[in-house]
Write a protein that binds this ligand. Structure first.
Ligand SMILES: Nc1ncnc2c1ncn2[C@@H]1O[C@H](COP(=O)(O)OP(=O)(O)OP(=O)(O)O)[C@@H](O)[C@H]1O
Ligand SMILES: [Mg+2]
Length: 238
């Protein structure tokens, strides 16, 4: 089953939010999904409606079991990376920890280039989040320095926090669609309810059932599922 590596060269763009929602979307479509938070911020769990004080089981090896929230197994990989244990695990030849029956999503901090680089060879897909802001678009050259973004076979892009009332947002969509074609795999609108849900310790799908992000995220999930060659096991109940 594939590893989906979620990493953007710029932080604060919604990588963790999209990792969480993709994990939940794939689980709702019947897949076995694990989501590993490799960041010091430890924020992935918040998008599942959990509290900051809630401890996520630390990954010790490929057999560690996490806690299951809405069908997604959650694990923290930060300590294992810091101790070097995770590096030794993925460096072991012929024994990728991602050769399992589960889809694994890895939330990697934008600054953690070493981890991103070491996970990339194991990844079926690299999901790079962009936002319609100059700093994010300027960092396209940093996705894989030395290789034009359009030539990055494993990489697809999601434009997050789209707001069609803003000129820069509209123009960014046109530019990225022309540049990437179907490598721009989804766009997700901006909705303040995403932050309100976080502040209420609820997942967005529970906090704001009518949020515009939900149909966008559903389309993103289906597009990524197809891109990874995964077949839905079941349609979500709602
Ligand atoms: N589509 C959206 N609409 C509104 N707010 C959003 C949206 N996507 C993400 N956000 C908000 O943007 C902020 C950053 O999101 P998130 O933590 O997922 O980004 P990140 O790229 O993982 O950041 P970091 O670099 O800190 O890890 C959060 O407060 C989140 O609630
Ligand atoms: Mg993050």
């Amino acid at each position: 089953m594939p590893l989906i590596l979620c990493h953007s060269p710029v932080g604060g763009v919604g990588t963790t939010f999209l990792t969480a929602r993709l994990a939940l979307g794939l689980a709702a479509r019947g897949h076995d999904v694990s989501a590993i938070d490799f960041t010091h911020a430890d924020a992935l769990k918040l998008f599942f409606g959990m509290l900051p004080a809630h401890e996520i089981p630390a990954m010790a090896d490929a057999t560690t079991e996490g806690i299951v929230v809405d069908g997604v197994e959650l694990l923290s990989g930060y300590a294992a990376v810091q101790s070097g244990a995770f590096g030794r695990l993925i460096a072991r030849s012929g024994a990728s920890p991602f050769d399992s029956e589960r889809i694994v999503l890895a939330d990697v901090a934008s600054a953690d280039l070493a981890l991103k680089t070491s996970l990339l060879p194991h990844a079926a897909l690299h999901l790079c989040t962009l936002v319609p802001q100059p700093m994010s678009l300027a960092a396209l050259t940093k996705v894989q320095p030395g290789t034009p973004t359009i030539d990055l076979e494993q990489t697809v892009f999601v434009l997050n926090q789209v707001d069609d009332t803003r000129k820069l947002s509209r123009h960014s969509q046109i530019f990225l669609r022309a540049l990437f074609g179907d490598k721009l795999i989804a766009t997700v609108r901006r909705d303040e309810a995403v932050n309100e849900a976080l502040a209420s310790f609820q997942p967005i799908a529970r906090y704001a059932k009518q949020s515009v992000v939900l149909p966008d995220l559903a389309a993103m999930t289906i597009a990524i599922e197809a891109r990874c060659g995964l077949v839905a096991v079941s349609e979500p109940a709602e």
